[in-house]
Structures are given as C-alpha cells and as structure tokens.
Write a protein of this length. Structure first.
Lengths: 311, 460
C-alpha cells in the first residue's frame, strides 16, 4: 500500500504541463461549439427547408424544398424586375463605401500626424480619447440622437425654418438618409481605425524614418515608401474588418429609418432584411439570406486578400 | 492553500444557496401583457387591491404601513405583474406570440394569464388556440355590452374569448379657438353642419387654410374614418391581399390635402402632428391644426400636450370607430378566477364603469351605465372637462349604435400601418404612386410570405 502511494508520488513529480494549454482553450471551444457552430450549421440546414410561422402557434414545415428558398430570393417580386436581395446588397455596399473612404483617409492622416516625431503633436492622450469617444456610445443611442437632430421638428430644421427656409425631410430622402447613415458610421469608427493604425506605425522601426530624413526624403516620400508598405498588413486588417462590419451594417440604418429602410427601400441593408424575415419567423428564407451574405463576405475577403498579397 | 480552498467552497455554497433561493420560489402572479399603461391605470385605480408591503413605525411608536413604499397591486391576494411592449411595427404582437407559444412549458409564475388586444389584430388571437372560452371561466353575462365588441372577440365558431373594456365610436375633435376664428362660432351643431360630408369637409379645409391653419393635424388623421368603413377585407379567405375600395377615398383626400398644404405629411403618432395640436406659449394656435379624429380614449389618453377645454367634438363627415382594447383570456392560465373577476368588473360593475366615464372620460362597454351618465350629464348640463364640459357621452351613445365590426383579418395592423407609410412616401414625392403601392405589397409579402400579393403574381 505504502509502496504504491510512494510510486504515485514519484509519478506526480514527473507531471508535465504540456496539456494545460489545451485545457485552457477548452472553454472557448465549448462556447464556440454550442453558441456559434451549431447555430451556424442549423442556419445552413434550415435554408433548404420551407419553415415559417403562419399565425400564432401555427408553423408550416419544416418541409425539404432544396434550393427553392435561394431561387425565390433571386426572383423579382415587383413589376420593375428589381431583385430585392441585390438591391439591399447594393445599398449596403454604397453606404459602407461612402462612410469607409473618409474613415480610412482621415484615420491615416491623423495616425501619421500623431506618430510623427517631427510634428511632435502635444496632448495626444486627449485627442485619442476624443476621437475614440463616439465608439464608446452605443450605436443605437448615437443613431437615435441623429434621428432626433435631423427629424422634421428637430433642431436642424428649426434653424432652417427660423432663417426663412422650408422644412427639409432629411430622413425621407434617399441621398440624405444614406449620407446620414454613412456619416454616423464614419464618426463612430474613425477613432478606432486611427488608434489601430497608430499602433501599426509605432511598430515600424524608428531608425528607418530617421535614415530617410537624413537622406533628405520629403514627408510624402517617407509616407509613400516607408510608412505605407510597412503598415500594409495592419491596413489590410483594418480594411477587411471594416468591410465585414460594413456588410453587416444594421443598427444605424435600422434606427435612423425606424426599421423601414426608407425611402423606397434605398437604405435597407442585408442584415435589416434578415432581421425582418426572422421577425416574421421565416426560418428557411432568413437562413438562405444569411448563407448568401456569408458566401459574399467570404468571396470579397478572399479577393481583397489575394490582391493585396500579390507582391 | 487550505484557507483559499475553504473560502472557495464557502463562495460556491453562497452562490448555490442564492440560486436555489430564487429558483425555489415560483410565486404565483397574474401576468398581464399590454402595449401601454392606459388599461393598467384604470385597473389599479378601480379594480385591484392596493397593498403596501413595507411597514414602518410612526411617531406614536405604532407599526403602520410605510406611506413612501411602492405599492403593489393584487387580485384575490395574487400580485399582478405587467409586461408592456409598444405596439408600433407589430412589436407587441411579436413578443406576445413568443410568450404564448411558450405558454405550455412556462413555469407557473411566467404563464400569461391575460393579454390586451386591439381591433386590428384581435381576430388573430380570438380565432386561435392561444385564448380560451371566457364563458367557461366565469364571464357569463355580456348582455350590457355592445354587440360588436363580443363579435370581435369571438372565433369563427362564435366562442367568445375576451371582452372589451371600452366602446370606441370615433368622432371629429376640433379646436374651439380656431373654429371661432374661421367660422365665427364653436357651436358643435353649427360646425357639424359645416362638416357633415366629405365635400363640405374639403371646402371647409380651404377656408381653414385661408386663415393660416392646417385642417387636420396630419395626413394620417382621417385615415381610420375611411379604412374602418371598408366593405372588403385586406386579405381574403384565400390569402389574396387587396386594397379595400374605401381606402381610395383617403388616397384622393390625402393627395389634395398635401398638394394644397391643408395638412402635414406626418404619421398620426408623429412629432410634427403632436406639435400641431399643442398651443404655443407665445403665438397660441397660430399655424396649428383645426381637427383630428378619434374616440374617447384618443383625446383622453393621446392628446396629452393639448390644452384642456380648448377642444370640442361633433360627429364629423362619416361615422366610424377606431381601435378598442380587448382583454383576452390566455389558454393555460392558472389564475382564471382572477381573470374572470377583472373582466366582469369592467363590463358589469356599474361603479367601475361610472367612474371610468366620470373621472377618466371613457366611453364604457356597459350600455346601461353609458345611457344613465349621458342622461345625467344632459340634465345637469355637465360633461367632459377636456371638451369644455361638452356631453360627449351622449354623442357617443348615438354613434355606438352604428358600429359594425366586419372584414377584420389577422393582418390588419401591418396592412394599415404599412399602407399609410408607403403611400406617404409617394405623398412626400420620393416615389411614384404605383411604386408606392407595389412597395406596400412587397413589404406585406416579406412579413407574411404565405400571402398572395398581386404584383408578385404578375411578375412570376
């Protein structure tokens, strides 16, 4: 008995810690499996079924219908022949690009300015906080604010009317609605991009900048030939995350247009469409839309990755 | 090490203990679902028992109820728990549907006992297994209620599933100050004469506009007058969606009113509409709206910002009704006695009904009490404070005779809300009229994929 316990003690001393790494990542995989992977697989599964709620407590299906949900999505349901899912995808892309372009431009300029040892900008902590602040506020709260400010009886219209103008329907015109959505997203996200890009630039060896300056390179040349090439991996990371976030745009347009994507569905995004169909408890159709979004996002990410990794 | 282990065990014990303590007390509660607190206020005021759970010691050293503690409300000793979700965009229905579908599996304290339903979607619940026969739970006497309220709450076989606590004939509510300015009088009889049909109404609109006022508070304000007089349903028995003929009246009027600026292109619950009925501190009613349409609940509950005493009512160009709140008995409730008691109180308890009229300006679902109060008001020349003492009960008594609840479908809320929304896009100039109507059909199809809409069929 004693011998055995001694032997065990011997063994215990030899215990290696190799497996601990695996133990520590188990919780993540369990949570991922239960709350992400299974729902994802179910989404794919149900996208091949007719499965929806007809009225309270009465469900139709699930009946296997193959690719019918996908086919229906690409069938026009109005006389103009518009294919809704493509229209909503177009809306999403336009609003993302209009918001993302200035976002990257301004973020890049700010990041370069703040990291430049030559400019040596004072009060960086303060500015960083201010830029990042909109991102701390919930998107819904921020959009609600914009919704009130640009409403028909909001302060902007009050100022216009006070100065003798007519009330402007900011939230009911295609251009202004899309512009407001893009602007809100831009204001919310440029601070975040700035900080990530700053971290990227600070990771570049300072001696490179120094030697370039000693060689007499202009600021633009330094930016073009040193900063940008070395910042590329971080920049691509920012671009792809922004693109995925952009394609999944939901909260801002949902609140600014009260969930309607007004006018004429021109500010309705893909995720708003999924949300609407899911609220109607049409599991088959919403699964199919989600799958299409997944495939499109995958393809676009791959294209971006391939292009930027060419050289 | 040992100490650490001990404290960890102690912590675990506390957590487990707390968890079991909360989970082992599934106290019975009466769960009521609603979309605003209108009914809740009446219920707490007149029907439930008020209780203060917290005790305190007064100056004399006696233990008494703490006057500052929050009150709880009970029926037969069972506390009431509310769940209130706004109705716009069918959110209320969505959440309610989820709760009702889970009803069987829900624990005792979570089962829905009673829920409120509106005229626009009552059929969906009345004609489903989610509600139960109220005659079987003890609501047997419906002789004093208005017939249409019983019919609305019945399923296709005539089984009654709920009762309405109000009757909702709707009238034209107009601003006294503007009436005096435009027509030289605010006498309801004269004003009624000037607005007795739609042609006269449109003519009057021109006169109102000439004086710098809006005729209606928003373009949606007159919608219900047309829509609730529809002779065909939004969705027929085969699931075909079509716009009722009666809506054409509103389409024509809204076009005219927007073009001539007789009103604003806003929703009936919009901010701009609200602004149009509220008196300005400096400029009074300059540039404000002359009238809107609504039943008793409308001006007593939804015209909060409007000045009391500045409004009057008359029958208006066309008889109609709007809304109404039904109390539905949910299947699977374990408090059916309390539910029956609440329902009976609102339709058969004459004191409750009388209080509802006299203190809250309601028009109740008890014909006897309505008639008695109307006569009493006429005799004593009294009435509703909001209407400057006008006897609205007498007017509604007359209008209530004509209410017919016909052509209701499960989809009326979305159809009515969305039709107005998309048509207003056309009125605002962002789409053509045919496009607006197509968009309406498309939206309905997205929300109810089993329905058949005309445009989609043609495109196929």
């Amino acid at each position: 008995m004693k011998a055995i316990s001694l032997e065990r003690k011997e063994k215990k001393k030899k215990v290696t810690y190799d497996r601990w790494g695996l133990y520590f990542i188990i919780p993540f995989f369990v949570v991922y499996f239960l709350f992400t992977l299974i729902p994802q697989l179910l989404t794919i599964f149900y996208s091949f079924f007719e499965y929806y709620r007809k009225t309270v407590g009465v469900y139709i299906g699930p009946n296997f219908i193959g690719f019918q949900n996908y086919v229906n999505l690409f069938k026009p349901i109005d006389s103009s022949g518009t294919i809704d899912i493509l229209k909503y995808f177009g809306n999403t892309t336009i609003m993302w690009i209009v918001g993302a372009l200035p976002q990257f431009l301004i973020a890049l300029i700010l990041a370069v300015m703040f990291t430049s040892t030559r400019l040596n900008v004072k009060g960086q902590g303060f500015f960083k906080t201010v830029f990042y602040l909109p991102n701390v506020i919930m998107a819904s709260a921020f959009s609600l604010l914009i919704f009130q400010v640009f409403g028909r009886v909001g302060p902007i219209n009050q100022i216009i009317v006070m100065n003798g103008g007519n009330t402007v329907d900011f939230l009911r015109q295609k251009t202004s609605v899309r512009a407001l959505i893009a602007m809100t997203n831009f204001v919310m996200w440029f601070g975040n991009t700035t900080i990530v890009l700053m971290a990227g630039i600070q990771g570049i060896d300072e001696s490179l900048f120094e030697s370039a300056r000693i060689d007499g390179a202009s600021s633009f040349k330094v930016f073009k030939d040193i900063t940008m090439p070395l910042l590329k991996p971080i920049f691509i990371y920012c671009f792809i995350t922004s693109m995925i976030g952009g394609l999944q745009m939901f909260d801002v347009p949902q609140i600014l247009t009260a969930g309607q994507g007004t006018p004429d569905f021109t500010s309705k995004t893909i995720v708003m469409f999924i949300n609407e169909v899911l609220r109607a408890k049409d599991y088959g159709k919403s699964g199919a839309i989600s799958m299409i979004l997944f495939i499109i996002t995958g393809i676009l990410s791959l294209i971006v990755y391939k292009i930027t990794n060419k050289d | 090490m040992k100490k650490g282990l001990l404290s960890a065990v102690a912590l675990l014990a506390t957590v487990v203990g707390a968890a079991t303590m909360t989970s082992c007390a599934p106290k019975n509660v009466i769960n009521i679902r609603a979309w605003n607190d209108e009914f809740k206020r009446f219920f707490e005021k007149y029907v439930s028992d008020e209780k203060i759970d917290s005790m305190t010691t007064n100056e004399a050293g006696d233990t008494v109820e703490n006057p500052n503690a929050p009150k709880t409300y009970h029926v037969d000793g069972v506390p009431v728990k509310w769940s209130i979700v706004p109705s716009q965009d069918a959110q209320y229905q969505d959440k309610l549907d989820i709760a009702l579908e889970k009803q069987e599996k829900a624990s005792e304290g979570e089962k829905v006992d009673m829920f409120l339903a509106e005229a626009d979607y009552i059929l969906k619940y009345a004609d489903s297994a989610t509600t139960q026969n109220i005659r079987e739970i003890g609501v047997t006497d419906m002789s004093k209620t208005y017939n249409y309220t019983v019919q609305a709450a019945s399923d296709r076989n005539g089984v009654v599933k709920g009762v309405s606590f109000q009757c909702c004939p709707s009238a034209l509510i107009y601003n006294k100050v503007i009436a005096e300015d435009v027509f030289g009088t605010s006498d309801p009889a004269v004003i009624q004469e000037k607005l007795s049909d739609w042609d006269k109404f449109n003519e009057a609109a021109a006169a109102v506009k000439a004086k710098g006022y809006f005729m209606t508070a928003s373009v949606e304000d007159s919608y219900r007058v047309f829509s609730n007089n529809a002779t065909t349903p939004w969705v027929d028995a085969n699931g075909n969606v079509s716009i009722p003929e009666a809506i054409n009246g509103w389409k024509a009027q809204s076009k005219l009113f927007i073009e001539k600026e007789y009103t604003v292109n806003d929703g009936v619950w919009g901010d701009e509409k609200n602004k149009n009925i509220v008196k300005d501190k400096e400029t009074g009613y300059k540039g404000k709206a002359f009238c809107c349409f609504g039943p008793a609940w409308y001006y007593n509950f939804c015209m909060g910002g409007a000045t009391k005493g500045d409004w009057r009512i008359c029958k208006g160009p066309q008889a109609h009704f709007w809304g109404g709140t039904w109390l539905m008995a949910a299947t699977g409730s374990n408090n059916t006695d309390a539910v029956a008691k609440i329902m009976n109180a609102f339709i058969n308890d004459e004191t409750v009904c009388e209080n509802l009229i006299k203190n809250d300006g309601q028009f109740t679902n008890n014909q006897t009490v309505n008639a008695r109060v109307a006569a009493e008001y006429t005799a004593s020349n009294k009435g509703n404070e909001f209407l400057g003492g006008q006897n609205d009960t007498a007017i509604f008594l007359d209008l209530a005779k004509n209410i017919k609840f016909e052509n209701a479908t499960n989809y009326d809320q979305i159809c009515n809300e969305k039709f107005q929304q998309f048509y207003r896009e056309y009125l605002g100039g962002s789409v053509t009229e045919s496009k607006a109507i197509e968009n309406f059909y498309k939206d309905v199809k997205t929300k109810y994929s089993h329905l058949i809409v005309p445009v989609a069929e043609e495109a196929k």
